[in-house]
Design a protein around this ligand. Structure first.
Ligand code: CTP
Length: 402
């Protein structure tokens, strides 16, 4: 969940500052942009050079950087961040934060930040146990700042007890889980299908279509960014998901897509059937390559199972089911027929008469028609923006049904 996030790491004067190097490395590896802000004391424990090398950005310590002549605007920094993580948080900085003091850049950034704030204390066991520290932590929690508890073990003083900063891996896991749990679709399971299906004629030929998979992949990514557990059943495509946590199931034929959908649908809160599933498949698949003859050649085709209709028949009151209709004529009439026949919550209509809509383009123009036949028509947009509109509607319906 930290991919693409803008994160400020605040590093305070504590021996645990050496762990900040690993923390920064893990966050950068997770795809976050990391800006390090150190207190002046922290630079005695670890060099800004180490942390700027790992974060790939200059480290900020003071309001003013003499080397560049730049003013480090704490308000802009505070507004820039999606998350502020203070690790290690010393007893001194915790006290300043609790009291609203801003005598260095980090505490000023803290006061200016509008984003969630996490703090991972590091101090000796008696400092940690002291009533003043307890009170400061309670005060910070009352501001909705989130404590990442220290661990127990050997401390820099040689004493044994509580006060050791949580390990960088634990901090990343904690924040990742916390961010995810607050997303609108946290804990929801969503099934998405994408791409074409290929129906084999013989070992080298198939019946397919021009679907690129772009729309379905954009929808799956958007659901993942909203915190859902996404299963993406896809036909052959060159597309790749942005979110690594999406469970991808590759299939080739309509029959394989049916099997995969039946496996995952029962447990899903919603299903968006975006795939361009073949309506017909050869009756027989030749085991050897078919040779050409002088005469014309015919392939007998049989209907495939309508996956969406099958899911519509199984749909429970809590589930949301969405289909697509790609039409060239009588668009709305055809889409409404599909919506009703397949027991959908809404249907996404694209007309091939709209320029920039349909297969292989990066854009799409859609109309959403819901169960009450209420229509919403959207402008031509990039497919990832179209995905936002579709996923917003699904989220609204999941909330209404659960
Ligand atoms: N669909 C499906 N299983 C099929 C065929 C289509 O689940 N065997 C789904 C598609 O994923 C899409 C919707 O049904 O969400 C499209 O409806 P459909 O009536 O099949 O549209 P077309 O295949 O375009 O049908 P027609 O040729 O009649 O317009």
């Amino acid at each position: 969940m930290l991919e693409g996030k803008k994160i400020i790491i605040g590093v305070c004067g504590s021996i645990a500052a050496y762990k900040s190097a690993t923390l920064i490395r893990l966050l950068v590896k997770a795809g976050a942009t990391v800006q390090v802000v150190m207190t002046p004391d922290a630079t005695n424990f670890i060099t800004p050079l180490t942390l700027s090398t790992l974060s790939k950005r200059p480290v900020l310590v003071n309001y003013f950087t003499p080397e560049t002549g730049e003013w480090n605007n704490h308000v802009e920094l505070g507004l820039w961040a999606d998350l502020l993580i203070i690790a290690p948080a010393s007893a001194n900085t915790l006290a300043k934060m609790a009291g609203g003091l801003s005598d260095n850049l980090l505490t000023a950034v803290y006061l200016s930040a509008k984003c969630p704030v996490y703090f991972a204390p590091a101090m000796d066991l008696d400092m940690w146990k002291h009533d003043a520290t307890r009170q400061n932590i309670a005060q910070l929690q009352s501001y909705n700042n989130i404590l990442i508890k220290p661990g127990t073990g050997e401390l820099a003083s040689g004493l044994h007890g509580e006060g050791r900063m949580a390990e960088p891996e634990e901090i990343v896991q904690f924040i990742d889980d916390d961010v995810k749990s607050k997303l609108p679709l946290a804990g929801k399971k969503i099934l998405v299908t994408a791409g074409p299906t290929y129906e084999a004629i013989d070992p080298v030929r198939f019946i397919g279509n021009h679907s690129s998979g772009k729309m379905g992949f954009a929808i799956a990514d958007r659901f993942a960014s909203l915190g859902a557990d996404v299963t993406l059943v896809t036909g052959p495509t060159a597309e790749k998901s942005i979110y690594r946590q999406i469970k991808r199931i590759d299939i080739t034929s309509a029959a394989e897509m049916l099997d995969a959908c039946l496996r995952y649908y029962t447990d899903s809160n919603a299903c968006v059937m975006c795939a361009a599933v073949a309506d017909y498949t050869p009756v027989r698949v030749a085991t050897q390559k078919i040779k050409k003859h002088d005469n014309d050649f015919h392939i007998d085709l049989k209907k495939t199972v309508d996956i969406l209709k099958t899911l519509g028949q199984q749909k429970t009151n809590n589930q949301v089911l969405v289909g697509f209709a790609l039409e060239t004529n009588d668009e709305e009439k055809n889409a409404i027929e599909k919506l009703q026949k397949k027991n959908l919550d809404f249907i996404v209509l694209n007309s091939l008469n709209d320029k920039g809509a349909g297969f292989k383009t990066d854009t799409n123009k859609i109309t959403i028609i819901d169960g009450k036949l209420y229509k919403t028509t959207f402008d031509l947009k990039d497919k990832d923006q179209v995905a936002v509109d579709i996923c917003n509607k699904v989220t609204e319906l999941i909330n209404a049904k659960n």
